[in-house]
Design a protein. Structure first.
Length: 141
């Protein structure tokens, strides 16, 4: 789970992303990265699933935050039980602190993508499980 310092840094970054002028809804990506990086075996399976789905769709499929959010809503309508995932010991080398250290604007936005990629790479053992879920439920390949 997130420490108080991690949560405070996330809140600061959330303020930045929620105030962001881009229509792509970049905030969704930080929600997914933070959850996937701070979850543990006691985290609700839906939270982990949505975080991993979001990271996969963003990093591998180029989905915007709005499209990821729409996909989450479609999944929630179709499914009520959620898979469990093996939580990796190390969940990415890039953190919310690294993102905050970058300058607001393009640099920070690129840092968000780098963070998401780092977290997604740490969860690589769950990739096929996420792909299978999306194919079965929403025919996303």
């Amino acid at each position: 789970m997130a420490s108080n310092n991690d949560q405070a840094a996330y809140n600061e970054l959330a303020y930045y992303t929620l105030a962001h002028a881009a229509p792509s809804f970049i905030h969704q990506h930080i929600v997914d990265a933070f959850m996937a990086q701070h979850c543990d075996e006691d985290t609700k399976p839906i939270a982990v699933t949505f975080a991993l789905v979001g990271l996969y769709l963003y990093i591998e499929k180029g989905f915007t935050g709005k499209l990821v959010q729409r996909t989450h809503m479609q999944l929630a309508k179709r499914r009520k039980d959620w898979p469990n995932f093996a939580v990796p010991e190390q969940k990415g080398d890039v953190t919310v602190f690294d993102v905050l250290a970058s300058q607001p604007g393009d640099e920070r936005d690129n840092s968000i993508k780098t963070w998401c990629g780092s977290v997604w790479a740490a969860w690589r053992e769950s990739r096929q499980q996420i792909m299978d879920l999306l194919k079965a439920e929403l025919e996303i390949e």
